[in-house]
Design a protein around this ligand. Structure first.
Ligand code: MTE
Ligand code: MOS
Length: 779
């Protein structure tokens, strides 16, 4: 056989091939089994949650008799029925599963009811008679700052002397911008089903990005140990960070009820309750103070971030840290000070959402770039380019990490040319000069996103691989599948390593009893970590097979080569499955674990310095929009994207991540608006009032390109790069294009004040503020 051809194209599903997602055929036919599709066991009880109607109140009395008496009800639990720890908080244990006598947000779980049907449970949950004594509620981050109400201490990151640099700067600007939060709106809501096992053990099906954490929290709540609890998840119908910590509440309630009743229990929130009860992206109020020269070079920036964390810490520490780490985006800021307030409000506890604080930090510096450019009357892209990180100089981040892999300059140049930026800016200028009502706008914004969990210890992963005697493979690892294609990518890595067709590999559900102590699938690191762990497991077995083949066929081990479902041994070859069978006869172990930890990262949280990120992922986007200055309505006309995936493991899947991430980001910045009323009730808890983008919001002209095979300079799995989160931030270009369109109603040098999300209402307010500057506008 010919072995000279590149093995990279020889097997089905090799690394770098654009094979479809392993479940694509099941997704589109509706046959993919999600947690709610799993066959229900005999005697299953359905649960519902009784929720707080007050933002901040003491519970004076609670009468659950009407709930217990309702038709079909089997049991009710309150806080005193929890045998173990009343906590579902991931880091700081400040998140009650069921409220003690104090409630801290509208929607907080107070009790849970189990009934024979879903309807019976949900109806009964509304019958409780609760007497509250209202307490003062803090509903806004700025109010929280004033009252010094924080879930965690404020943090500061500084470099240089920003006070001095601001004083001596030729120009200075100050500003404040409100940046909204975002609901995850995963298609599959939060759900868990718990089965009782022998001796009180619990088996949990959960839609979760972090099975290991659920296992630990359920064990603590039920007074059991990790060994008594197994959590499994085959796939989620979307997570987007909303299933990193939040599934714990749902699964803990279901587990507690199974423990009490001895029956299988399922808790599935309906959409309204899901949106009221679970955390979202943090909204931020960003204050900035910038000093710059007449060419737009930034001398100093001071930021103050106030983020809405809600009533508990959840993951807010790391999220706000990441916001601080990304307030430079792709820019060298010689003097910087960032103060980050983690505000405690009496609203639902906010959580991870694609980008994990990074988008909010980057939004801040892009605001600065835009304001500086408009103040000086320079094209905003020129100001951005003048401030990019350099190569070999101006390349140290404020937290002391050297940017070694900087490709932002070339990437932006390439996109600048391919998008026809220069001529389009001119076209838009002349269009706007002629068009009185409709105005167009354009913006090019860069992305530089740090890859790795900033908590160093989380950067580890495990895998488990079995080869059966027929040569087929069972693959398991600690990552979870939420639609991003992780399972497909990791299977490609194993197929490549063993040189067998991917259809010989069974992709299996995440399972705490197969791979223990796994980190959340998050921080975009799923394929980096689990790909490497699975590769290590495959290499272990391959090594055993090589040694066996060398001995069995009497050749040197170096002359054993795995290629295209065959193994070359000296001058002849055997099919892979034949070698496996022979090895089994010779009593060779065909099962192995694999482990990986990201090298060379370290970070001192006390000083905010070190190398928190293994590498950076880059991208850039040009968005062009049109607005109606009479109504604020707007359309995204054209988007050009160039995005870095290193050497992509699967360009088709990466393309899906880039497009999907971008659209999700565009929704965050344009149409998805969360509103709370003065009682602290979320008013936008259903698709009727909360507008996510649909297929008709995809730009009419959408040109997405993956940067041609630029290998990761770090030794990642086949030199690929993480892709899950960074593309979301490409959508900053949409917001800044809208701002550009708004600015056209006034001359250069005019400040544009546009809130995010830039809903039609916000766009109209911004336009009118420029047209009628004397009128008082509400934000
Ligand atoms: N893509 C889909 N289709 N569904 C999701 O829920 N989550 C995003 C991103 N892409 C998500 C997604 C988030 S928040 C992260 S951190 C990464 O996927 C996690 O997966 P990865 O590490 O394997 O990229
Ligand atoms: Mo993603 S926000 O890290 O789950």
């Amino acid at each position: 056989m010919a072995v000279s051809e590149s093995p990279l194209s020889a097997i089905k599903g090799s690394v770098g091939s654009s094979i479809p997602h392993d479940s694509a055929h099941l997704h589109v036919s509706g046959e993919a089994s999600y947690t709610d599709d799993i066959a229900e066991p005999r005697d299953l009880l359905h649960l519902a949650v009784g929720m707080s109607e007050r933002a901040h109140a003491r519970i004076k009395s609670i009468d659950l008799q009407p709930v217990r008496d309702a038709a079909g009800v089997v049991d009710v639990i309150v806080v005193d029925d929890i045998p173990g720890e009343n906590n579902c908080g991931p880091v700081i244990h400040d998140d009650p599963i069921l409220a003690p006598n104090l409630v801290q947000y509208v929607g907080q779980a107070i009790f849970a009811v189990a009934a024979e049907t879903v309807d019976a449970a949900r109806k009964a949950a509304r019958l409780a008679i609760i007497d509250y004594e209202d307490l003062d509620a803090i509903l806004d981050p700025l109010d929280a700052v004033e009252k010094q109400s924080f879930v965690l201490p404020s943090e500061t990151l500084t470099r240089g002397d920003s006070t001095r640099a601001l004083e001596s700067a030729a120009n200075r600007l100050q500003g404040r911008v409100h940046l909204g939060g975002q609901d995850h709106f995963y298609l599959e809501g939060q759900i868990a089903m718990v089965l009782p096992r022998d001796d009180g053990d619990l088996f949990i099906f959960s839609s979760t990005q972090h099975p290991g954490e659920l296992q630990a929290l359920i064990a603590a709540a039920t007074g059991k140990q990790a060994k008594d609890v197994v959590v499994e998840c085959r796939r989620m119908g979307g997570g987007f960070g909303g299933k990193e910590s939040q599934p714990a509440l749902i699964a803990c309630i279901a587990a507690l009820m199974t423990q009490r009743t001895g029956r299988a229990c399922k808790l599935r929130l309906d959409r309204d309750d899901d949106m009221k009860m679970t955390g979202k992206r943090h909204d931020f109020v960003i204050d900035y103070n910038v000093g710059f020269d007449s060419d737009g070079h930034i001398d100093a920036v001071e930021f103050v971030f106030a983020s809405r964390c809600g009533m508990s810490a959840d993951l807010s520490g790391a999220i706000n840290d990441r916001a601080m780490f990304h307030c430079d985006n792709a820019y060298y800021l010689p003097n910087l000070s960032v103060v980050s307030h983690r505000c405690k409000t009496h609203t639902v506890s906010n959580t991870a959402f694609r980008g994990f604080g990074g988008p909010q930090g980057m939004f801040g510096i892009e605001c600065v770039m835009d304001d500086v450019a408009r103040h000086l009357g320079i094209d905003a892209l020129d100001v951005r380019r003048r401030n990019f990180y350099g190569v070999g100089e101006r390349d140290i981040t404020p937290y002391g990490q050297k940017v070694k892999d900087n490709i932002i300059v070339e990437l932006v140049e390439q996109l600048h040319a391919s998008s026809g930026y220069v001529s389009r800016v001119a076209d838009i200028k002349s269009f706007n000069a002629e068009s009185e009502i409709l105005k167009r706008g354009i913006a090019l914004t860069p992305v530089k996103f740090g890859i790795a969990f900033t908590a160093t210890h989380l950067n580890q992963a495990g895998a488990l691989l079995h080869i059966y005697t027929d040569g087929t493979v069972h693959l398991n690892h600690g990552g979870t599948e939420m639609g991003q294609g992780l399972f497909t990518k990791v299977a490609q890595v194993v197929a490549e390593e063993l040189q067998i067709d991917i259809d010989q590999i069974k992709i299996t559900a995440s399972d705490t009893s197969k791979v223990p102590n796994a980190s959340a699938t998050a921080a975009s690191s799923g394929s980096d970590l689990n790909g490497k762990a699975a590769q290590a497991a495959a290499r272990t077995i391959k090594g055993r097979l090589s040694r066996f083949a060398a001995e069995h066929f009497g050749v040197a081990e170096a002359d054993v080569v795995f290629t295209r479902n065959e193994v070359i041994v000296g001058d002849s070859s055997v099919p892979f499955k034949e070698l496996v069978r022979l090895a089994w006869f010779a009593r060779t172990s065909l099962s192995a674990t694999g482990f990986y930890k990201t090298p060379d990262i370290h970070y001192d949280r006390e000083t905010f310095s070190g190398r928190p990120f293994y590498y950076y992922t880059y991208g850039a986007a040009v968005s062009e929009v049109i607005i109606d200055t009479l109504t604020g309505e707007n359309r995204l006309l054209r988007v050009d994207i160039l995005h870095d995936c290193g050497k992509s493991l699967n360009p088709a899947i990466d393309m899906g991540q880039i497009e999907g991430g971008f659209i999700q980001g565009a929704g965050w910045l344009t149409t998805e608006e969360l509103c709370w009323n003065e009682k602290g009730e979320l008013m936008t808890y259903a698709p009727s009032t909360y507008k996510i983008p649909t297929s008709s919001d995809v730009p009419i002209d959408f040109r997405v390109q993956i940067l041609e095979s630029v290998a990761n300079r770090e030794e990642t799995v086949f030199r690929s790069k993480a892709v899950g989160e960074p593309p979301l931030m490409l959508a900053l270009s949409v917001y800044y294009a809208l701002k550009d369109a708004v600015s056209s109603v006034a001359g250069d040098g005019q400040r544009v004040s546009l809130q995010a999300p830039a809903t039609p209402e916000a766009v109209l307010n911004a336009v009118r503020a420029l047209q009628y500057p004397d009128e008082t506008q509400h934000a």
